[in-house]
Every structure is written in C-alpha cells, then in structure tokens.
Design a protein around this ligand. Structure first.
Ligand code: IPM
Ligand code: MN
Length: 357
C-alpha cells in the first residue's frame, strides 16, 4: 500500500515521542512492503511562536491530503499561567478536531501483566481490565457558544450544547464497538442535572432496540468516576460526552500503571488523528526520558483504523508488550533500583524487535 502521514509533533515532549513512533511506523511499513511518505507540520505553542496561529492553514491542508495524522502533544506552561493569553496552544488541538470533523475519540484501556504492580489499585481489581472509552470530541462545553465574560469581566460562562445528530453518530459508534466486544454499553452522563444528558439518554433509549444483543447501562458521571477504580473490569464500552470523557480517561489511565501507555484514535469526517492521551510534559522536554509507548501504540492504532492493516498493528503492540516485559522501559515504568532506558533507547529496541521478527 502507499501510505502518507502528517506528523504533528507539537510541544514539550511531542517531538521526541513522535520521532520514536515515526521510526517504528517506518520499520513496520518496510517490513510489510508498504511505501510510506511523511511530512512534518507545526501545531500548538510551537506554531504560535512561528506563525501566531496554533493550527496554521498549511498544517490543516497537509492533514487533509494525508492518509493519517500522527500527533504528539500540545501545551506550554507559559500559556497555562497566563489566563489572559489571547491565543492558546490548546486552541490548535480544538481547531484541528473541529476542522477535521473528529467527533469520536477512541481510548482503549488494557493492562500489561508485567506492570500490574505499578497500578495504584489492588492487583486483583486491575488484572484483566479491558475496556474502551468512546469520548465525543467536537461538541459539548468545549465548543458550545456563547462562551466568554460579561462586559464588567466579573462573570464568565461556558455553554454545553448537543444536537440530536451529534449524539446519534457517537452512540452509533458506541453500539457498534460494543457489538464487536463483550456487548455491554455504558452511557455515562449527568441526566439528573443536565438537559444535554437527558437528550443523550432519550436518544439512547430510541436507538437501543436496533441493537437487541447489546446490554445498555446508564451511569451518572460521579458514580462512574468511582466505579472505574473500584470495579474497572465491569466496563466494556463506555460512551460519553466531551468533558466527562476527558476527565474519566485520565482517571482510567492510572489503572494500567502509567499515563505514558494510553493511545488514542480520533476519527470522524476527514483524516483520522492518532495521539497519546497524555499531555506535553514540559518538565521532561528535550531530556530524552519521556515514555514513548503511548505514541507508539497510537501508531499501532493508525495501522488498524486508518489503514485497515491489522497484522502490522499487532506487530507494534506485541513489540511494545515485549519491551515492557523485558524491562526496556523509561523511568516512569522502571522498578526501583533497576536500570531504565531513554526515550530513544526504547524506540530503538522496538525498531530492532520489528526488524528481526
Ligand atoms: C486531551 C487533552 C485536551 C483535551 C487538551 C489539551 C485541550 O487534555 O486530549 O485529553 O482536553 O481534550
Ligand atoms: Mn485530557
């Protein structure tokens, strides 16, 4: 196959981790006889510094003409600590999601046997946890208008908005995912308080009869936050709105022992984007210490979802699993007193595994 990807490293550790994922993508493409073209483009604070725009038109055009986008991370402390900044790096990520129509963010959570002891939760609760969170990504309070301040600046407001069409398309994906898995769909909302949540529930109830083999469960988000850490194994597919999904997936990430392990795929109308769920980790930027695995696993999702190349995807996930098993891990995953490896060491080890496989 001919594959073309846009690489958007972004900020902080973004460049180092996308470098590793790209190396691995290239090695897999070569192994399976695919031709791969890639081009880098600016986004986030890096793009603001050079162009004034966190998602420049040029970057968008590259994304539109590529088969997939490999994305690093966005965010810079100099903006976090300046609530008055007119342009923020995160706006680049939001603009990209909106302009590419990426309405669904798929965040799978699995555990690695050799890392179970790293989880802050009890081993018997965590071992075997395996679920997918489907987060709505282009609606809700992130995008609802009006948003802003009153003239005297003393009152601020955000608006949570969902249309029937937005809810139907994300629920459809949720039902389909559940159909391919253990056939349980948990709809997470706050229907006891929010009108948008009540619309989500109403539409779920309308759609459920079309999927008679799926067991639908409704859960308030506060309860879900608790159940997620108390009984993570009870979840199969969870579908939820934008902000709830943002929060619950960070929470879910600790189940596996490190935020540095969770990949994601954002899919929708135009080119899909593959990115780790963690942030730009500015304290580690340029130090070659960040865990590249979430981004490498995002590259695996790229092979699976964007290219429909399952064997290639599996080779990458197997390689990551092996690296963890063999202890070729960055400092966040290393056991006390044991050697840890740099970001590029881990990437090189995985490339070699793929070459020699
Ligand atoms: C994520 C991030 C983003 C989000 C931020 C950086 C805007 O936290 O992808 O989860 O909130 O969606
Ligand atoms: Mn987040």
């Amino acid at each position: 196959m001919e594959l073309s990807i846009a690489v958007l490293p972004g900020d902080g550790i973004g460049p180092e981790i996308t470098d590793q994922a790209l190396k691995i993508t290239e090695a897999v493409a070569k192994k399976f006889g695919h031709s791969l073209e890639h081009e880098h483009a600016l986004t986030g604070a890096a793009a603001i510094d050079k162009t004034g725009n966190p998602y420049p038109d040029e970057t968008h055009e590259l994304c539109m003409r590529s088969d997939a986008v490999l994305f690093g991370a966005i965010g810079d402390p100099k903006y976090d600590n300046d609530p008055n900044a007119k342009v923020r790096p995160e706006q680049g990520l939001l603009a990209m999601r909106k302009k590419l129509g990426l309405y669904a963010n798929i965040r799978p959570l699995t555990t690695f046997k050799s890392l179970i002891h790293k989880s802050p939760l009890r081993q018997d609760l965590v071992d075997g946890a395996d679920f997918v969170c489907i987060r709505e990504l282009t609606g809700g309070i992130y995008f609802g208008r009006p948003q802003g301040r009153t003239e005297d600046q003393n009152t601020a407001y955000d608006t949570c908005v969902y249309t029937r069409e937005e809810i139907e398309r994300i629920l459809k994906l949720g039902f389909e995912f559940a159909g391919k898995r253990r056939k349980k769909l948990t709809v997470v909302d706050k229907a006891n308080v929010l009108a948008t949540s009540r619309l989500w529930r109403e539409i779920t109830q309308e759609m459920a009869p079309q999927y008679p083999d799926i067991k639908v469960e409704y859960m308030f988000v506060d309860n879900a936050a608790m159940q997620l850490i108390q009984w993570p194994k009870n979840f199969d597919v969870m579908v939820t709105e934008n902000m709830f999904g943002d929060i619950l997936t960070d929470e879910a990430s600790v189940i596996s022992g490190s935020l540095g392990l969770l990949p994601s795929a954002s899919v929708g109308i135009h080119t899909s984007v593959f990115e780790p769920i963690h942030g730009s980790y500015p304290q580690a930027a340029g130090k070659n210490i960040a865990n590249p695995c979430a981004t490498i696993l995002s590259a695996a999702m790229m092979f699976e979802y964007a290219f429909d190349l399952h064997e290639e995807a599996k080779l990458i996930t197997d390689a990551v699993e092996q690296s963890i098993e063999k202890g070729i891990v960055t400092e966040d995953l290393a056991n006390e007193g044991e050697k840890n490896y740099s970001t590029s060491d881990v990437g090189d080890w995985i490339v070699n595994y793929i070459k020699s496989y």
